[in-house]
Design a protein around this ligand. Sequence first.
Ligand code: NAD
Ligand code: MG
Ligand code: MG
Length: 338
Amino acid sequence: MKVFYDKDADLSIVQGCTVAIIGYGSQGHAHANNLKDSGVSVVVGLRAGSASEAKAREAGLAVAGIEEATAAADIVMVLAPDEHQSALYADQIEPNLREGATLAFAHGFNIHFEQIRPREDLDVIMIAPKGPGHLVRSTYTQGGGVPTLIAVFQDASGKARDKALSYASANGGGRAGIIETTFRDETETDLFGEQAVLCGGVTALIEAGFETLIEAGYEPEMAYFECLHELKLIVDLIYEGGISNMNYSVSNTAEYGGLTRGPRVVGDQAREAMKKILADVQSGEFAREWVKENAAGAGHLKQLRDTSQNQPIEEVGAQLRDMMPWIREQRLVDRSRN
Ligand code: NAD
Ligand code: MG
Ligand code: MG
């Protein structure tokens, strides 16, 4: 598979465009600031009265209404939440999109599952950083970037791919590596990864480990450090040099215990569950469930979020982190700013 870098991209393409970034959340704030710092003319498109408006202005960005920002742009990057994009596109974006403009996404959900059917005169591309928005911004400011997938769904101009590559480069992706894929593959692997491993699997593993220690009578503070806090140190080692690098750094006891016990925790049952999760992503079953959940007001999500926020590991964690001020000082998420 070919990996593209800054040298393969023509940055001047996106530098010659006005880019509207719709939404100023996790990805929106990162793309808007990274593109601006890469010499691109950016306008952030927000709903009237949006809580994000002050944050974007504070960062020195031009802000307009969604319709106005769309009408002014050569490239419109849709970074509102996935579940609101379909209505947003129909009501405010498409009627204002210039003839021959480029419509861009950071995730393929709405195009792949046909929640958005774009007009034929448009180029439709994806620039999907493979990392949370706060990391897309922080790595860029440190001179790095987040590996990025690009894809073309519709190529009306014949130049869609070059635009996607140019945008990815301006967003910092070309420093880490840009891979060309399809909307389908990005959507399916992204949903699988976040469900089975990154957001779902890891969290369930932390919680199960924590609860096992608590149920056996150990102190919650110790369980927190062992099953959650230390995970960062382990992931940093894996991120830096792979699983072998982590095993080189931990004790031989930890290495032997991990190699022999890990597959017991994630065994046949977990692998079967992963296959079913992937099958539900591929068949569109998960997408239908998520669209339905939102049509019903997302009550189940709110309930799950509430339960998750109020569990013991979150309470003891908040107290312990207060005693480690450096974590706060280097924080990625500052809700008043990004
Ligand atoms: P988010 O929830 O962090 O932010 C969305 C922003 O859009 C809000 O801050 C607000 O400014 C605006 N907004 C909210 N509701 C809106 C509405 N109803 N209409 C118009 N604007 C509204 O979103 P996000 O997590 O940055 O996701 C944006 C896109 O990026 C999605 O397609 C997502 O799949 C993709 N993506 C996100 C991440 C990530 O790190 N969060 C990573 C890769 C791709
Ligand atoms: Mg995702
Ligand atoms: Mg230990």
